[in-house]
Design a protein around this ligand. Structure first.
Ligand code: CU
Length: 181
């Protein structure tokens, strides 16, 4: 009696004519899953890297901008910084003190034209040379007598812009101009 051949599960499987289909399904699924995992992994790491790069680029850019601002600032002198603030109207520009030496004589003021800027503090040192005179700037309510040979100091703030007459009321020819810009 021939011994009945007993196939193991594996042998039986291998004898199955459709075995290749099962194999394909099994390994095919595995391959697909594996590919999917590889793809996902690539996507994740790639995105992570590009995000990190973006963040790095941004931080480099902002650091560069900071540096540039710092440099712009440090390249400017204190005066330039202040001037730019005056220009922007952050501060009102204080006037400079401008001193003028004026000689008064028969019949002149020398110099006879004084120029200053609005808000300047104007100091006039006026000296009558040959006789007593006086100086008057009506628009600024200034009137001072000038005894001969004596230096008289007049100080005022240029609060009004324009051209203003300087005169000696006693001498019609003694005329000057105060120009405030
Ligand atoms: Cu005079």
């Amino acid at each position: 009696m021939p011994k009945k051949k007993i196939f193991s599960g594996k042998e039986r499987f291998l004898k199955n004519p459709d075995a290749w289909k099962i194999w394909l399904r099994y390994y095919g699924s595995l391959a697909v899953i594996l590919l999917l995992l590889v793809f996902l992994n690539y996507q994740l790491t790639h995105n992570e890297i590009s995000l990190t790069e973006e963040a790095e680029e941004e931080s480099i850019e902002s650091a560069e901008a900071d540096n540039k601002a710092d440099q712009d600032y440090s390249n400017k002198t204190a005066k330039e910084v202040l001037d730019s603030m005056y220009e922007k109207g952050i501060f009102q520009k204080p006037g400079e003190t401008k001193t003028f030496e004026i000689f008064a004589g028969s019949y002149f003021f020398r110099p006879n034209e004084i120029k200053a800027n609005l808000n300047d503090i104007i100091v006039l040192k006026v000296k009558a040379m040959d006789a007593d005179h006086s100086i008057r700037i009506p628009s600024y309510s200034i009137y001072k007598t000038l005894p001969k040979g004596e230096e008289v100091t007049i100080e005022f703030t240029a609060t009004k812009a324009g051209e203003f007459r300087i005169e000696c009321p006693e001498s019609q020819m003694m005329r000057g101009k105060l120009i405030i810009e």
